[in-house]
Design a protein around this ligand. Structure first.
Ligand code: SF4
Ligand code: F3S
Length: 117
């Protein structure tokens, strides 16, 4: 089992999650973040820290779970590691599902890498 980041992170990228991970297994993209499934120790600490509700266990029944597990697996081996919080992306609050945004953000995913620490 692992935890994964799903579409709810896209264009928010609050990065509160990275500071609590005991094994530093987050990797950053241009407009989202992913978890390395082989490094995650399933502690669950990051899940309640995300202001967008974007972190879920892979045992969850979230729609497109396999798609997001594949995204986390692929891009955690490509993008740079991140361990320290950054500012959220501009307009993060306006696309935050926890603040009333209801659209699926899957098509907004960028495969470009995020900034190196
Ligand atoms: Fe890190 Fe724990 Fe979250 Fe896995 S579940 S990404 S180990 S904080
Ligand atoms: Fe994304 Fe939530 Fe972390 S919005 S960067 S998964 S705190």
């Amino acid at each position: 089992m692992t935890y994964i980041v799903n579409d709810k992170c896209i264009n928010c990228r609050y990065t509160d999650c990275v500071e609590v991970c005991p094994v530093d297994c987050f990797y950053i993209g241009e407009n989202t973040i992913v978890i390395h499934p082989d490094e995650c120790i399933d502690c669950g600490v990051c899940e309640p820290e995300c202001p967008a509700g974007a972190i879920v266990p892979d045992s969850d029944d979230y729609p497109n779970l396999q798609h997001w597990l594949d995204i986390n697996t692929k891009y955690s081996s490509i993008w740079p590691n991140i361990t320290q919080k950054l500012d959220p992306l501009p307009n993060a609050d306006s696309v935050n599902p926890e603040k009333g945004y209801t659209e699926d953000k899957t098509e907004m995913f960028s495969d470009a890498a995020g900034p190196e620490e």
